[in-house]
Ligand binder design. Sequence first.
Ligand code: PLP
Ligand code: COI
Length: 341
Amino acid sequence: MAKKDIDWSNIGFGYMKTDKRYVSNYKNGAWDNGALIEDDKVVISECACVLQYAQTIFEGLKAYTTENGNVVCFRPDLNADRFADSAKRLEMPVFPKERFVDAVVKTVEANIDYVPPYGSGATLYLRPYMFGSDAVIGVKPANEYQFRLFTTPVGPYFKGGAKPITIRVSDFDRAAPHGTGHIKAGLNYAMSLHAIVDAHEKGFDENMYLDPGTRTKVEETGGANFIFVTKDKKIVTPKSDSILPSITRRSLMVVAKEYLGLDIEEREVLFEEVKDFAECGLCGTAAVISPVGRIVDHGKDIYFPSGMDDMGPVIKELYDTLTGIQMGRIEAPEGWIKVIK
Ligand code: PLP
Ligand code: COI
């Protein structure tokens, strides 16, 4: 088989149907054996719990072609763990970790011709998800579930790739205290749709959400965690019970400390402090590390000294080291890279 004829360097972050997807069904208290199938359509009851009460969770991870031509995934075991946490919070059955990782491997293998080549700037995005599939009309969890995993080649999440973006402080909340912000549930993203459309209409790339309780602390954006760099090169990242525990962010903290020798702090970050940081970035699987050049707070601008043209120097070092590990140019910590081919 040969690589698909795709203009890899010019694809954006969009959906492209690939050949195979993995499906497993849960019924009578057990998961079936699962299989790779060609049909990309989902057929479920009109009254499925996912359609009525949004009982759905998902994950996001990527497959990369490394410098020496292998195809690898980055820390899929952590996606499996987080998927299990998400399932428990929405009263869904856990899809076992070894089965999750196996589904990742099988689906990437089955779509290997869609894994973008090394150096193209694109990657294969993997979207595992699970939803309540049988009919419920009273508010309660479904009895039957479907786990699926599809792949799609993607380019940069933000147009312009490494160009700093402009975000605004949102007046809409995404997650409630003691709510579901810490899990990857579709409902959190439904909550953010109006806010992102409104932000885009007003010329902003993303929303910065503050803690809904006091609106004084930095939380995250609709699809990524924050990292800040202080003027003396310390890495600061917000700690909150209502943000998603980003695998990219947790990995970057290790990279900062162990590879770059930087001090790291995971703590509450007051919005008030933001103007004093030297650099700001959004980190996530889709975002990788996207630099933020400007934050608009109700008409007041915060410009970071790193400017609007390029990534700041420390964020660039973090970016180069993380992507170097993912693409096999830099030796990875034990267990971070799952070789598929
Ligand atoms: N925060 C939110 C709300 C997200 O949707 C994501 C994306 O998965 C992240 C953070 C980043 O998490 P990760 O680095 O595990 O992709
Ligand atoms: C990811 O980074 O995998 C996400 O799920 C974020 C989403 C905005 C695409």
